[in-house]
Ligand binder design. Structure first.
Ligand code: NI
Length: 657
């Protein structure tokens, strides 16, 4: 058997794989441990699935069936299964290998259909860049442009996608398209000088340049755009320290991956694709554990760029499905990324050669003071009460090439959950000839154009509002026409409409009707006679601005609606399907929902798609100050009254009362 040497080197260590995954792990939903990942790599090697040309795209836990998780009690034995996705470069084939870690055996192997390309591996970025650098074609193109120092040319591989405009020579290949930027010295910000007169198409099977597409040469923009501290000579000097002090420690407890805070309880998970995943979110309501969400993650995202230029129209990165946010997660730093008393979760990841790396401090858990929770003053009696809001923040940050994405989930004392995404990092740029502007972007520095683009995210919420079977209603507020029932013209109503089938449940936000959605448990009524529910409250959002027949919409069709509801299916887990990379026709929500299944009073996945429309500003350059968007999931008839009344007032010494 041909095992690559680095693999043998990395997996043969002191740590013996666990005989049974349950020994090392505490709960069926715990992500794979380092020992389990090592065991998985060993099984793959033993069963001769790791030859020289074989690379590991990912190995993740195969989550047990929901019913098994719900029946699980501490001490029970449970299954540990893992799905390994492999690419065999020599055979130009990809595989899904199911591993049974508890039995230390390979359970099944499935070759993926021809043309399916699993997501891009981290190693492929550097290997692709190296392949470009050693290509004589690349050297020739640089000479043509008078660029003598190739080391200062930054090569940035992008997913190639599939647009129906590929050349015959591209057929059947695993590809990337590399863009180039020029640094003026080693640590210069390359994005200040885009060399967008060429795009390099690379065959990732052979790691060879296929061709270099040659476009009109625009001169490099004149200014640098540096951001590192050594380039900022005059920092402001009037900032006094802020310390977050919790002398008695935080109010949360962590047991393995289970978190308890105030009345909340949930599990923290992590996958190489989604990064942070939250499981079994529930609320202790006067001694009763009430489930709310079975699973919550940001499962897909796409960033379509709006410039129709030949070298630009393929810029549409699916940062989750094509790259994997877990693989790109940062190790967070106390005092910088996170302030206060922090609990960090570490999760191990496996690289394409089977080397297991601990990802330290990848998920950050901490409490924050969040202004006031509620307040009232009675001017007649002089009574005044105010409560401070404390929220629990669970987050991670991924760096995807030029951009940073922070993913934050907040839990509040009033029973609300919020998802917030923070966008920062460096905008992708193109060059402008002197005196020219672009209709499809904004000049953010002299001769430097930042194209219009959107960041579109899909959240998948497997709801379990007070039990497994849920229904989703849309609520629209509308004015009643002036007439017999509304003689004074002031009447308006909130109309509830059941979304009973997958087709009825394809919806968009509408500020004209203050639209929101209410997820209810039809078999649980509150004391006022209505089914208990949670409300999905949209935040910033907009439609996609690409045309419905745009080539990218074959793969990004999930962006055509803001809300989708599907019957819960553990196999239907990513909005653009399992393998959006180079998918010729697309997959995911628009395809699954053609079955028009019933989604009323059943186990459902609620998909919320939300977009930040980025019309760049000069102030977004060189590093964009954080922009935020997201949504809330707030109780709506779930509790009998405000669940926040029992939050005590601030200690007397800190409060003027
Ligand atoms: Ni942006």
């Amino acid at each position: 058997m041909a095992i690559s040497t680095d693999l043998t080197h990395e997996v043969v260590g002191d740590a013996a794989p666990p005989k049974n995954g349950t020994e090392a792990m505490k709960h069926p939903l715990d992500p794979l441990s380092a020992a389990e990942l090592e065991a998985a790599v060993r099984i793959l090697a033993r069963e001769e699935h790791l030859g020289d040309g074989v690379r590991i795209v990912s190995i993740n836990l195969t989550e047990p069936a929901k019913i098994l998780v719900e029946k699980y009690r501490p001490g029970n034995l449970f299954e540990r299964k893992a799905l390994a996705v492999l690419v065999d470069r020599a055979k130009r084939a990809s595989y899904e290998v199911l591993l049974d870690l508890a039995d230390n055996r390979l359970a099944s192997v499935k070759q993926l259909p021809a043309g399916v390309q699993p997501s891009i591996m981290l190693d492929e970025f550097s290997e692709c860049e190296a392949a470009v650098r050693r290509s004589p074609l690349f050297q020739a193109q640089l000479s043509k442009r008078g660029l003598e120092n190739a080391q200062l040319v930054m090569v940035e591989p992008w997913s190639a996608g599939m647009y129906g405009t590929e050349l015959p020579e591209d057929g059947g290949l695993r590809r990337m398209r590399a863009l180039c930027f020029v640094r003026s010295e080693e640590k210069d910000n390359g994005y200040a000088r885009p060399l967008d007169s060429m795009v390099i198409v690379v065959d990732l099977y052979k790691m060879e340049v296929i061709r270099i597409e040659d476009y009109e040469i625009a001169p490099l923009p004149p200014e640098s755009g540096n951001w590192a501290r050594e380039y900022i000579p005059n920092m402001r000097k009037d900032l006094k320290p802020v310390d977050i002090v919790q002398p008695e420690g935080p109010s949360f407890t962590v047991d393995g991956n289970e978190v308890q805070w105030q009345k909340w309880k949930f599990r923290v998970g992590f996958t190489s694709r989604e990064g942070l995943v939250l499981h079994t979110i529930g609320y202790n309501d006067d001694g009763v554990e009430r489930p709310i969400l079975y699973r919550a993650s940001i499962c897909e995202m796409v960033v379509p760029y709006g410039d129709p230029g030949e070298q630009y129209y393929r810029k549409n990165a699916f940062d989750i499905g094509e790259y994997g946010l877990g693989m790109l997660a940062n190790s967070l730093a106390l005092g910088c990324d996170c302030l206060g008393v922090i609990y960090y979760f570490d999760f191990p990841l496996v690289d394409s050669r089977g080397k297991i790396t601990p990802l330290k401090n990848v998920v950050c858990l901490h409490e924050e003071d969040f202004g006031i929770l509620w307040k009232h003053t009675d001017w007649r009696t002089g009574q005044s009460e105010v409560r401070r809001s404390r929220r629990l923040s669970v987050s991670f940050i991924a760096t995807v090439g030029n951009y940073e994405y922070g993913f934050y989930w907040y839990f509040y004392q009033d029973g609300s959950i919020q998802c917030e995404i923070k966008l920062t990092g460096i905008m992708n740029t193109t060059a402008l000839a002197p005196g020219k502007t672009s209709a499809y972007g904004v000049e953010v520095a002299p001769q430097l154009n930042a194209p219009f683009h959107q960041h579109i995210f899909a959240a998948r919420l497997v709801t379990s509002v007070d039990g497994p079977n849920n229904s989703v209603y849309e609520v629209n507020s509308v004015g009643v026409p002036t007439g017999a029932s509304n003689p004074h013209g002031n009447a308006f109503v909130a109309e509830e409409t059941l979304l009973a089938t997958e087709k009825e449940a394809q919806r968009r936000v509408n500020t004209d009707t203050a639209r929101f959605w209410r997820v209810v448990n039809p078999s649980k009524k509150n004391r006022l006679g209505r089914p208990v529910g949670y409300r999905l409250v949209p935040g910033e959002n907009c439609p996609p601005f690409v045309q419905p027949d745009a080539k990218i919409m074959r793969r990004a069709g999930f962006t055509s609606n803001h809300v989708w509801v599907t019957p819960y299916d553990p196999q239907q887990r990513f909005a653009a399907g399992e393998y959006p990379n180079q998918h010729p026709t697309g997959d995911g929500l628009p395809f699954w929902t053609q079955a028009n299944r019933k989604v009323d009073d059943t186990e459902v996945s609620l998909w919320y798609v939300f977009a930040h429309n980025h019309v760049p500003r000069p102030e977004d350059w060189p590093v964009m100050p954080v922009g935020m968007l997201g949504f809330q999931f707030r109780p709506d008839g779930f509790f009998e009254r405000s669940p926040a009344m029992d939050v005590p007032p601030p200690p007397a010494k800190t409060c003027c009362h």
